[in-house]
Write a protein that binds this ligand. Structure first.
Ligand SMILES: CC(C)(COP(=O)(O)OP(=O)(O)OC[C@H]1O[C@@H](n2cnc3c(N)ncnc32)[C@H](O)[C@@H]1OP(=O)(O)O)[C@@H](O)C(=O)NCCC(=O)NCCS
Length: 123
């Protein structure tokens, strides 16, 4: 992924494992969605961003107890109400998960709203 940014890291602990001793897929999805939300909020400057869409998800390699997983985001596309980007999880130098996602800005009533891309801190 070009121009990617490290957003978060997680340590895989016993409580995170599923059967067979691998990181449970649902936990990885929760970690991914939290890291993606952080990136969407910071990049858009909007306080309320909701998950709209994830592309196909593939778990390429197992994550084991004691592994550290780093989450990177990049390939940003700015929309009117949305932001689209790629999120990648890396563990021990290998891509263990990668997906495209779309987050949408909403107002306090949960209705979509236009993102103001012109404020200086977002440039
Ligand atoms: C997010 C939500 C407000 C969007 O409302 P909506 O009327 O369905 O929105 P639209 O269909 O007009 O799409 C909004 C944006 O997403 C984009 N979009 C919609 N469906 C998409 C898809 N399948 N793939 C990629 N982009 C998509 C649209 O192009 C549009 O982008 P733009 O404004 O930047 O051009 C609404 O769908 C919702 O509340 N969903 C539930 C969110 C949620 O609870 N998430 C989980 C918890 S955070």
């Amino acid at each position: 992924m070009d121009n990617r940014e490290k957003v978060a890291s997680r340590l895989c602990m016993i409580k995170d494992l599923g059967k067979y001793g691998n990181l449970f897929g649902g936990n990885m999805m929760a970690w991914i969605d939290e890291a993606a939300a952080i990136f969407a909020i910071k990049t858009s400057g909007e306080k309320n961003m909701v998950t709209l869409h994830y592309s196909e998800m593939t778990f390429r390699h197992p994550v084991k107890e004691g592994d550290i997983v780093d989450f990177f985001c990049g390939k940003v596309r700015r929309g009117v109400t949305s932001i689209t980007f790629e999120i990648e999880a890396i563990c021990a130098g290998r891509t263990v998960f990668c997906a495209d996602c779309v987050f949408v800005a909403v107002d306090d009533d949960g209705q979509k709203k236009a993102i103001d891309w012109n404020t200086p801190e977002k440039e």
